[in-house]
Design a protein around this ligand. Structure first.
Ligand SMILES: Cc1cc2nc3c(=O)[nH]c(=O)nc-3n(C[C@H](O)[C@H](O)[C@H](O)COP(=O)(O)O)c2cc1C
Length: 345
């Protein structure tokens, strides 16, 4: 594809993600409830929410998920996201580096993420069609601590210029075997089911980002870019973030990042209680950055951390292992989902 069109697409994604942003998400966190504990017998300062993702230690179990890079405007956003990550101690992922692998001029729009977050955790990001050489180059470009490989069939198929061939599994297996940083296989908002997770585990994948339905919706975004909305019927496609978490519980050896429609610390706490090691957010952070500014967005994410500590205190859980032992109440709809999918909770 023409490189200037590719860069333009990156700008359109930012604008359209914001156009379709809604304050309430359909990720189904509202269909889960914690049980309040009146006598938690801990103090807020006892709470330690540090977490482990493969070999990586994260001070904070929240991360800024993959969004952008590839055009001058998105290079500025990556610089902002890098500074926000550094100020909040959160890991941050780059948007797909595909364009920078084809055009060296685009590289600075990605490296601004690392330059502004020299000591933090930065994850590189490529599509699942790239080979081992490209994967290594993407990691090296950002001195990345991990590589995300996104799997985005629904987005590609709705995108007029998107891929139509999806033989990815062997390629992902080769990258996992060849890289010396952890590899995370990541959905982009359509969720993952047991069948997918089993296939990934079979080829040696240990880390996944479930990227569930309910937040940023790439069917809406790509449909809008088509200027014809004939694929609108796919806009509820996929498993919600909560459904994906329930699916992933059946593969306890996989470590999970939960992303998709996270809007507030209570959503994050529920995702962590359902088994996520880390909770990611993209659309909400972008919305804050566009509607307010970098300082306000940094403050929001620091507030999320205090909010998470507050919820863990209410539950009497001093760490994430204890939080994972909390049993949530599921709505009848989620119970029905578990029954039909034969998921145990
Ligand atoms: C503007 C924008 C661009 C995105 N670009 C990428 C990308 O390049 N690679 C990727 O893996 N995910 C990408 N995503 C998907 C997010 O990382 C995330 O999986 C998805 O948006 C669901 O999370 P959310 O509901 O918090 O936005 C993008 C999301 C947004 C909002």
């Amino acid at each position: 594809m023409d490189l200037s069109r590719h860069a333009h697409r990156k700008d359109e994604h930012l604008s359209l993600a914001e156009k379709f942003y809604t304050p309430t998400a359909a990720s189904q966190f509202d269909q889960l409830r914690f049980i309040h504990q009146s006598l938690p017998e801990i103090s807020l300062t006892d709470v330690d929410f540090s977490t482990q993702l493969g070999p990586l230690s994260l001070k904070v179990p929240l991360m800024i998920e993959a969004m952008t890079g590839g055009s001058p405007r998105t290079g500025v956003v990556n610089a902002q996201l890098g500074r926000i990550a550094a100020a909040t101690g959160m890991a941050v992922a780059s948007g797909s580096q595909s364009i920078a692998l084809k055009d060296e001029q685009a590289i600075p729009t990605f490296t601004s993420l690392r330059e502004n977050n020299p000591d933090g955790l930065v994850f590189a990001n490529i599509g699942a069609g790239h080979d081992v050489r490209a994967a290594k180059r993407a990691v090296q470009m950002l001195a990345a601590n991990a590589l995300e490989i996104h799997v985005n069939t629904a987005q590609e198929l709705v995108m007029p210029e998107g891929d139509r061939d999806f033989h990815w599994l062997d390629n992902i297996g080769n990258i996992v075997a060849a890289l010396d940083v952890p590899v995370i296989v990541k959905e982009v908002g359509f969720g993952m089911a047991q069948e997918t997770l089993q296939k990934l585990q079979h080829i040696g994948v240990k880390l996944v980002d479930l990227g569930g339905r309910g937040g940023t919706n790439f069917v809406d975004i790509e449909n809008f870019r088509r200027h014809q909305k004939e694929l609108n019927y796919l806009d509820t496609w996929g498993q919600s973030t909560v459904e994906s978490l329930l699916e992933a519980r059946q593969q306890p050896d996989l470590q999970v990042i939960a992303t998709g429609g996270v809007r507030q610390p209570l959503d994050a706490a529920k995702a962590l209680a359902l088994g996520a090691r880390v909770v990611g957010s993209a659309g909400q952070i972008l919305h804050s950055l566009i509607k307010t500014d970098e300082a306000t967005t940094t403050a929001m994410l620091l507030d999320w951390q205090v909010g998470l500590q507050t919820i863990m205190t209410l539950l009497g859980t001093t760490d994430l292992t204890q939080l994972r032992q909390q049993r949530l109440l599921l709505s009848p709809e989620l119970i029905n989902y578990c029954q039909q999918r034969q998921l145990t909770y």
